[in-house]
Ligand binder design. Structure first.
Ligand SMILES: [Zn+2]
Length: 121
């Protein structure tokens, strides 16, 4: 997640996880989409970034936790991912994107110590 990696251009971006790629028809260089992330581990599209955030939360969970707990961890990780990706978006918008509740988004924001958005909806 180094800041130098974000302003890169390439002929083609391919997600290391799902293999989806972005390129221009005319072969011109394209910028890495905002929603993608290129870091030393690889290049990932938004869907895979979400997936990896959720997976990281599950990896750190104890092996003996229940399916229910794992589902909760996964949901919390997705919300935290979205809140830290777009801290300026309203809790309602993020809740909708994560199919979660506004209070869950607000709680994630507090956990991450992120300020409330300026345009609250
Ligand atoms: Zn992907």
């Amino acid at each position: 997640m180094s800041p130098t990696a974000t302003s890169t251009t390439a002929k083609k971006w391919t997600c290391n996880q799902c293999g989806v790629s972005i390129s221009r028809m005319n072969g011109e260089k394209v910028e890495l989409p905002d929603t993608w992330d290129a870091n030393p581990e690889g290049t990932y599209c938004l869907i895979c970034r979400r997936d990896r955030a959720a997976q990281a939360a599950l990896d750190s969970a104890p092996d003996d936790c229940t399916i229910d707990t794992r589902a909760k961890l996964r949901r919390a990780a997705l919300i935290e991912f979205e809140v830290s990706r777009r801290p300026d978006h309203g809790d309602g918008i993020i809740a909708k994107a994560c199919r979660s509740s506004v209070s869950a988004v607000a709680a994630a924001r507090r956990r991450l110590d992120l300020p409330a958005p300026t345009h609250q909806r």
